[in-house]
Ligand binder design. Structure first.
Ligand code: TPP
Length: 263
């Protein structure tokens, strides 16, 4: 039966915020998986951090846990370890995942913890009104960098591939069907799933036109089983923005390995 994933909480994102498009994609992905018998709604737990993205748990009628800024991954890892039967998904911001919480992200990927993380990547700290984050482009002018950021941005896809993430993908919030497909595949994957979702912040850094001119869907067959090719696909010298599942591999999960301890 189709689950009712809506809640009575008032949506307080800015009108037109692409976070709402991510919400639609997520709901559609989960509805489809539940109706198709691939997921039991009572087994799903969704975690989130602090930031604009973090409001998503208010709007999802599933088991949720909203933790601290930068600490989404430890909460997810804890839930999964405590009850490996649960399917644990989470939303975090680029500030959350790549600045304050980067160490958690890297080690969860390295361990292949069976959790699925969706980064709402708007290239800045949005809730605190527009400071530069790790993925802000060089020259970005925001509240903390009024003369322009002097730093090169962090490449999360390349980092995730290099530390052992077994599912690495990127999508664009404005492509609701594309994002739905990627979310479904990430949830279905056994092991650590990392999805970077390009989510322009229409209030502090509206990159929608810039992004739409540069995104393209890759031919996933080219790299999905080949780590070196996946690394090449995400490490471009031009400003094009590839979307799709770059890499998807099978490996023993952290929880499976833990289950063998002492046996
Ligand atoms: C431990 C801690 N550090 C900093 C903050 C302040 N803070 C709250 S939201 C936020 C920015 C969130 O940015 P991001 O994670 O990118 O999410 P977005 O708002 O862009 O969705 C910060 C720095 C906090 N609440 N807790």
């Amino acid at each position: 039966m189709k689950p009712n994933l809506t809640t009575t909480s008032k949506i307080t994102w800015c009108p037109g915020c692409p976070n709402a498009q991510i919400l639609v994609s997520l709901r559609q992905a989960i509805e489809g998986m539940v109706v198709g018998g691939k997921l039991k709604i009572e087994n799903l737990v969704m975690c989130a951090g602090i930031g604009c993205h973090g409001k998503i748990t208010d709007y999802m009628n599933v088991n949720t846990f909203t933790g601290l800024h930068g600490r989404v991954i430890p909460a997810m890892t804890g839930v999964k370890c405590a009850n490996p039967e649960l399917i644990v998904i989470g939303s975090c911001g680029d500030g959350d995942a790549f600045s304050e919480g980067l160490e958690h992200l890297v080690h969860a990927a390295r361990r292949n913890s069976d959790i699925k993380i969706f980064v709402h990547d708007n290239q800045l700290f949005a809730l605190t009104i527009g400071q530069a984050s790790s993925t802000s482009p060089k020259g970005f002018k925001g509240k903390s960098t009024p003369f322009g950021s002097t730093e090169d941005p962090f490449n999360p896809l390349l980092t995730m591939l290099s530390v052992g993430a077994t599912f690495v993908a990127r999508t664009y919030a404005g492509d609701i069907q594309g994002t739905k497909r990627i979310i479904e595949a990430a949830i279905a994957h056994k092991g650590f799933s990392f999805v970077d979702i390009i989510q322009p912040c229409i209030t502090f850094f509206d990159t929608r036109d810039f992004v739409k001119e540069r995104i393209f869907w890759i031919d996933e067959k080219e790299s999905v089983n080949d780590l070196n090719k996946a690394m090449m696909a995400v490490n471009r010298s031009d400003d094009k923005m590839p979307l799709g599942i770059f890499y998807n591999a099978e490996k023993e999960t952290f929880e499976e390995a833990l289950g063998k301890v002492g046996v």
